[in-house]
Design a binder for this molecule. Structure first.
Ligand code: MG
Ligand code: ZN
Length: 372
């Protein structure tokens, strides 16, 4: 072995032993500095399983070692909607279907973003739906009903969110009250872009950045959304991490749910594979960073989706189950109450194993980060 090679391998050994020791100087902390929560709306175990049959590359879901299950019922209903379950994640309470950031008694409950922000923790939300839709809204808004989109947009404009990307310009600039929230936000050190995701260089000197594409929701993958979600995830992480501040980022794969409601397996699976790409971006960053906790879960399952054996007919016209090929089939046009998987990676990930209620995710995040 050459001397230079010997020296460099000695340095490597020293570096690695520093990395694995569990002292205060260690690169890998037991307390995460950043949290990335990815929510696949309507994504149950069969939706996730579809990536293992239909994605051409190895699914990013396969990269997790800490896995749990959550019970998703809302305070009143066995079957939750995205508002009650978003509020459970964001504020730690079980509430009624349709509630955004309010408890059963209609009082406002603080969100993770509101709790983190006074501690100088940057925050962001990303979705493929309108940014005022139930899931992202639960993290920054308070509304008695999820359909109060213009109120929710007004809440976003004065929230502590530092980075957002999604659809829904009309709720900001074509409003009943005739306010133009895009102008209002631009006047308050927000860089608003309604044309395209920029490069990191074009936004790095801005205080806050918001991307809004399209009047309401973003198009599906099938209708040309492209790699928006993984790219927005990568950009959002870079932006929130730019001054090495702590950050919290919520990323939603919104339209897996809509494929389920439409009982359209191709729609569902293409959205799930896109969401899996966003998970990959979060995991790549967390692996490199060492101080980031990544949690992937869903608000509920949609469609009663399953990967059934394909039904075929023999020469006599009798139906049989062909076990050589799976087909996506559905049992409802709505949501279901099945337990939902939780995947966690990074410091604090062990806390997310087990079987527990969906609002425990919030309490676990605050506990492992020490943000409360
Ligand atoms: Mg949603
Ligand atoms: Zn739904």
């Amino acid at each position: 072995m050459k001397l230079s090679k010997l020296i460099s391998s000695t340095i490597l050994v020293v570096l690695f032993s520093c990395k694995t020791t569990d002292n205060a100087n260690s690169v890998h902390q037991t307390k995460p500095k950043n949290v990335i929560l990815l929510i696949g709306d309507g994504t149950g175990l069969s939706q996730i399983s579809s990536a293992f049959f239909f994605k051409e590359t190895n699914p990013n879901y396969a990269r997790f070692k800490h896995i749990g299950l959550i019970k998703t019922s809302s305070s009143i209903e066995d079957v939750t909607d995205s508002a009650a379950s978003g509020t459970a994640f964001a504020s730690g309470v079980k509430t009624y279907n349709g509630a955004i950031g309010v408890a059963v008694d209609s009082t406002e409950v603080p969100t993770l973003v509101e709790i983190a922000s006074p501690k100088n923790i940057n925050s962001g939300v990303i979705s493929t739906s309108s940014i005022v839709h139930a899931t992202p809204a639960s993290f920054y808004a308070h509304a008695l009903r999820r359909g109060y989109y213009e109120e929710i947009a007004a809440d976003l404009s004065v929230s502590d969110i530092d980075f957002f990307a999604g659809g829904g310009t009309k709720f900001f600039n074509k409003r009943k009250d005739e306010r133009d929230l895009l102008n209002e936000m631009s006047a308050k050190n927000f860089k608003i872009d309604t044309t395209a995701l920029g490069s990191f260089d074009t936004i790095k000197n801005n205080d806050k950045v918001g991307y809004l594409f399209g009047s309401e929701h973003m198009p599906s993958i099938d209708k040309g959304r492209g790699d928006y979600l993984p790219r927005a995830t990568e950009l959002g992480i870079k932006f929130l991490n730019k001054d090495k501040a702590n950050f919290f980022l919520m990323v939603e794969g919104s339209q897996v749910d809509w494929g389920g409601h439409a009982n359209d397996a191709d729609y569902l699976i293409s959205e799930l594979i896109d969401f899996d790409e966003a998970i990959g971006k979060a995991l790549d960053f967390a692996k490199e960073d060492g101080n980031t906790l990544v949690i992937v879960t869903a608000d509920h399952e949609t469609g009663g989706f399953t990967l059934a054996s394909t039904t075929r007919k023999n020469e006599k016209g009798e139906e049989y189950s062909d076990y050589t090929q799976v087909s996506g089939t559905f049992s409802t046009k709505g949501h279901s109450a099945t337990l939902i998987p939780v995947f966690a990676y990074g410091p604090g990930a062990e806390a997310f194993s087990g079987v527990y209620e969906n609002n425990e995710i919030y309490h676990k995040i605050l506990k492992v980060t020490g943000w409360k």
